[in-house]
Ligand binder design. Sequence first.
Ligand SMILES: CC(C)(COP(=O)(O)OP(=O)(O)OC[C@H]1O[C@@H](n2cnc3c(N)ncnc32)[C@H](O)[C@@H]1OP(=O)(O)O)[C@@H](O)C(=O)NCCC(=O)NCCS
Length: 207
Amino acid sequence: MTRTDSRRFVRGHGTVTVTTRKGRKVRVRHIRPTDAPLLIDMFHRLSPETRRFRFFTSIPDLPEDILWREVRRYTEFNERRQAALIAVVREDRQDRAVGVVRLVVEKADPDIAEVAIVLRDDYQREGLGTAMFDLLIQLALVRGIKRLRAVSLAENEGVQRLIQHAGFRVASQTSHGETTQIMYLEEQDGEQHGPGSTAACESLTSG
Ligand SMILES: CC(C)(COP(=O)(O)OP(=O)(O)OC[C@H]1O[C@@H](n2cnc3c(N)ncnc32)[C@H](O)[C@@H]1OP(=O)(O)O)[C@@H](O)C(=O)NCCC(=O)NCCS
């Protein structure tokens, strides 16, 4: 990506092509309201474990109303409070979503945003999650967000490693089977170094 492309991207335009470790090309761009059917299709294809890791529920088939509500939370939002990127590939002569990552700025504290990510199973462990998360961090930095928080199931080694290896200091705390990680994008004098906060994970049951 050139510098101009990079500037356009962080302002919400353009596409970044990511080449995965297996050499597959994936287009990553900002999400649009018209992407809802792509996300529904992707969520239908997730394995039970990936659903559990992302949504904290083992319901094998997510009820359609809950699925649509979740997808609308991804695609229709206040741009000042949220950013979301979608990863798209061409399969069977149509576009298919294989990943989505987003941040939601906290109402009570605009310095902090909650992050969540999920990839279709057949695109996991190829570096795509790292690439998408790096792009999301750039969006967060441009917006002046100082901390990113991720809540995951305690046994979710994948996302915890992804966050640990993003290049920022991370504070981590596990309680009641959930791990909260705080990434410090910008350190402040006298800042408390703990995950703190009471934010609920982005579970489907949290509405
Ligand atoms: C978590 C997730 C986004 C990671 O994306 P990814 O593209 O698979 O990860 P990457 O290939 O970029 O690898 C990132 C790191 O995580 C590790 N990792 C990825 N999946 C892993 C797994 N299932 N178990 C252990 N480690 C894993 C990689 O080894 C790598 O670690 P390293 O830096 O030490 O080499 C993806 O696996 C996923 O969608 N998981 C299910 C949904 C989920 O857990 N979402 C997070 C809750 S919000």
